[in-house]
Ligand binder design. Structure first.
Ligand SMILES: Cc1cc2nc3c(=O)[nH]c(=O)nc-3n(C[C@H](O)[C@H](O)[C@H](O)COP(=O)(O)O)c2cc1C
Length: 809
């Protein structure tokens, strides 16, 4: 249960926060080498030719800059030990921009003092940084990024738990990516194995990233490490608490920094302690006589942010304070390394590259996570369809002992095959009970004399999660001597323990005294031959017909040839008759469906085909569906597209869907066709087929609202009546009766009730009954009339003999 909840949370947060993390990851990767990239794209600004042995003395450098920019005040200078690098000057921002932190930054040639201008790309990286830290949305964005960062920690930990392999000590089960795997297995591998590779990096970057997201987290880190907060943070806190500065959070009375007039002396003081520097930044005081703060990185520094600090008095040039990285406490060093840990530079260039690659992988998780989610959803939907079809068939209520079909499935395929198997057997007349092993105890198996097991193998040769308890209790003694069983084991040969759980289950069943109905069938992925073998075993148990266990997912191009509204002035929603053709010579028979793939390439809609291949086109009858969403009316996704938006002559994807539950054998015996609304489509194809076979004995009961507007295919039907192809035609129009002497709405079920005598006679002569149209209202009412007139037993028999078939929706 815990695992299930964790999984649900993992995917739900994944498909939401995952998208934010995708952006944060990619922008983070872009920022990894921003300095290097900036140098690369600004060779004439950030790099210089070394023209002298020595750089200009600091005072001369300052004076020459001041000559070129007399109106600007130098607030900071950064000098790099690399002789080919330009020095960086930070000019104080003008008073109106006082509240902003930072400087107006330019580069200068340290040998000549010539200003080289600004570097290109700063604005770009600033935008990337804003996206990375707060999605460029200020406070709201900051909160979203903060929450997503917390979620990333959750993904790491829950992901680790969810993928915990059975062989914990085997490095392969943790880190090996098998490129031979395909489909869902490969997606899962990409998600979980690469996730494991990246796990430490994500934990590191998220645990450090929270430092910038939440004040409480920052405070906590300082408290735990015992480190001292930097001055600007303490000041900010004071300001926020102090009433005097409540309206103005910027520093009060901020002065323009003053460059010193004895810079050479200051440089000498610095060099007395920092001669071995990699780069050094001088920050000038805001008041004359104040201290200059110097931050420098030694050549042997632990990492790029392990800087030493120095304060020098701007007048005397005396060193006031020295604060070396290596002299700080471990906690303080850690807090000074937060950014280096965040971007991996704490571990040098390798760390930076690995962190960048891990960040670049972030989209992979979002994409594979979404794909796994969509795949699971599609499977769930397909499964629901299978279940619906089964439960709407009344045979399920038969009283004789049912055959058990038990499944154990992780991602839904075994479950789908179990329901399909059930459907095939049920249609062949066997009473069936479908159960998940998750809901079963061992001793319950003794209640059945025949059972089929459809089980997959997951993880590293393990049972699917839902069947783990069944596995755990395997040692229990139980006697199943009466049980005969068949077993379909699903697996993938790319895994070392192929179909392991299926094999284990079979061994256990046999150890309990159960005997096999036929040899275990093992399926490698979706191997058709193995599935056909399973199907042929089923045909020994019962005379199954029609449908394959899995259908090929091949769609063809179809063209919309014509579209006519058949009830222009009717009171109901408009119904359109569509004519469609395909270049392929695709066969179908009466009762089959056309499954249309909508433009999003995922959504499918099924419509009963009203014509036969001999008509040279597939005809559909589609009623527009109107939905109201947020007080706005819109057309149904499938019906709206096909009846309104798809242009005439346009191509789209569709496939013929075999619908064996609605197929009829060719026979001269009578046929009763009952339907309403667009349900006439399915009845039309059957009538056409009957006529083609030369079978006259057809009785149609059709219902709609008004004769004048809603007698779909009325002309053809009347003509067939006249020619004798339809023996009896009962068209019932509910709205036409209002205001007449009966003044009651009559529907097809009422007409059928009136003709109960005739119904009994036809059924006695061997008639089959087809029902096509509304599930709600019509189909249930018709079923009740049939049961009332013929009796429960006879209706159940008709179903078992496949003489009572329905295509209802
Ligand atoms: C993460 C993962 C692990 C798997 N492990 C195994 C395995 O160890 N042995 C095996 O034969 N098949 C393995 N498979 C393949 C599945 O058993 C196979 O895809 C099956 O059709 C899934 O059925 P289900 O959807 O009912 O769970 C694995 C599949 C995935 C996605």
């Amino acid at each position: 249960m815990f695992k299930k909840i964790l999984f649900q949370l993992h995917w739900f947060l994944g498909i939401t926060a995952g998208l934010v993390l995708l952006l944060v990851g990619v922008t983070g990767a872009m920022l990894s080498f921003d300095k290097q990239l900036m140098t690369l794209i600004n060779p004439h600004v950030m790099r210089v030719q070394q023209v002298n042995e020595q750089r200009l003395p600091m005072q001369e450098l300052i004076d020459r800059i001041a000559q070129q920019e007399p109106l600007k005040r130098i607030a900071a200078i950064t000098i790099d030990a690399d002789p080919s690098r330009a020095a960086q000057i930070g000019f104080a921002l003008p008073p109106e921009a006082k509240s902003k932190r930072g400087f107006d930054s330019q580069y200068v040639n340290p040998y000549t003092g010539q200003l080289l201008g600004k570097a290109q790309g700063e604005a770009f990286f600033l935008t990337v940084m804003k996206l990375h830290r707060w999605l460029a949305l200020d406070e709201v964005g900051k909160q979203i990024v903060g929450a997503s960062t917390v979620t990333l920690i959750f993904f790491c930990l829950s992901g680790l738990y969810l993928r915990w392999p059975r062989k914990v000590l085997s490095w392969r089960s943790w880190f090996h990516l098998n490129f031979k795997r395909t489909g869902r297995g490969f997606l899962w591998d990409l998600h979980s194995v690469i996730g494991t590779w990246c796990l430490a990096f994500y934990l590191l970057s998220s645990l450090t990233g929270l430092y910038w997201s939440y004040g409480w987290y920052r405070d906590m880190l300082y408290q735990v490490t015992g480190a001292e907060k930097p001055e600007h943070m303490r000041e900010r806190k004071k300001e926020q608490n102090g009433p005097a500065v409540a309206e103005n959070k910027s520093k009060p009375n901020k002065e323009i920094p003053v460059p010193p007039s004895n810079a050479n002396q200051i440089w000498a003081s610095f060099m007395s302690v920092g001669a071995n520097f990699q780069n050094v930044s001088f920050r000038f005081p805001e008041k004359p006589g104040g201290d200059i703060t110097i931050s420098y990185l030694k050549k042997a520094a632990a990492h790029d942010y392990a800087t030493d600090k120095l304060s020098i008095n701007s007048e005397s040039g005396a060193i006031i304070k020295q604060d070396n990285y290596q002299d700080r406490s471990a906690g303080q060093q850690l807090m000074n390394s937060i950014f280096a840990l965040h971007n991996g530079s704490y571990f040098g260039l390798t760390g930076m590259i690995l962190m960048m690659l891990a960040s670049l992988c972030m989209p992979l998780f979002a994409v594979t996570g979404w794909m796994l989610y969509l795949d699971r959803r599609a499977k769930k939907r397909a499964l629901q369809q299978e279940k619906n079809q089964l439960s709407s068939n009344p045979v399920a209520t038969a009283t004789s002992q049912p055959m058990l079909i038990a499944f154990a499935s992780q991602t839904g395929f075994a479950e789908q095959l179990a329901w399909r198997t059930a459907k095939l057997l049920q249609h062949a007349g066997l009473p069936i009970a479908v159960k998940s092993l998750a809901d079963m105890q061992h001793h319950q198996l003794a209640n059945y004399s025949q059972a089929l097991f459809v089980v997959s193998t997951f993880g590293d040769g393990e049972a699917p999660d839902s069947a783990r308890h069944f596995m755990k209790a395997f040692a229990q003694q139980n006697t199943l001597r009466e049980l005969r069983f068949g077993l379909l084991a699903l697996g993938d040969r790319q895994y070392q323990r192929f179909c392991q759980f299926g094999r284990q289950l079979e061994d256990w069943l046999q150890a309990q005294g159960a005997t096999t109905l036929f040899e275990r069938v093992e399926v490698d992925q979706q191997d058709k031959a193995a599935l056909n073998l399973w199907r042929s075993h089923l045909s020994v148990l019962a005379p199954i017909t029609g449908e394959q266990l899995i259908e090929p997912d091949v769609f063809h191009e179809w063209t919309l040839r014509s579209r006519v509204c058949v009830n222009p002035d009717g009171v109901g929603m408009p119904i359109y008759r569509l004519e469609l053709t395909s270049e392929e010579k695709l066969p179908w028979e009466a009762g089959d469906l056309l499954e249309v793939l909508l433009p999003d390439e995922k959504t499918r809609r099924q419509y009963t085909i009203a014509s036969l291949p001999t008509d040279k086109s597939a005809q559909l009858l589609i009623r527009q569906v109107q939905l109201t969403e947020h007080n706005e009316a819109r057309l149904g996704k499938g019906s709206g597209w096909l009846t309104q938006y798809l242009p005439l002559g346009a191509e789209f994807k569709a496939r013929i869907k075999n619908n064996p539950e609605f197929h009829l054998p060719a026979t001269a015996k009578p046929l009763i066709l009952i339907g309403n609304g667009t349900g006439i489509a399915g009845l039309m194809s059957h009538l056409k087929q009957r006529i083609a076979q030369g079978n006259h004995c057809n009785w149609l009961i059709f219902g709609e609202r008004n004769l004048e507007h809603d007698f779909h295919y009325g002309n053809e039907l009347m003509a067939w009546k006249k020619q004798g192809w339809i023996k009896q035609l009962d068209a019932v129009f509910s709205r036409d009766q209002v205001g007449t002497s009966s003044n009651e709405k009559h529907y097809v079920q009422h007409r059928l009730q009136q003709r109960a005598q005739q119904l009994t006679e036809w059924v006695e002569q061997g008639a089959a009954i087809l029902v096509c149209g509304s599930l709600h209202g019509m189909a249930g009412e018709v079923d009740a009339v049939l049961r009332g007139a013929l009796g429960e037993e006879q209706v159940d028999q008709l179903i078992a003999q496949r003489r009572y078939l329905r295509d209802v929706y």
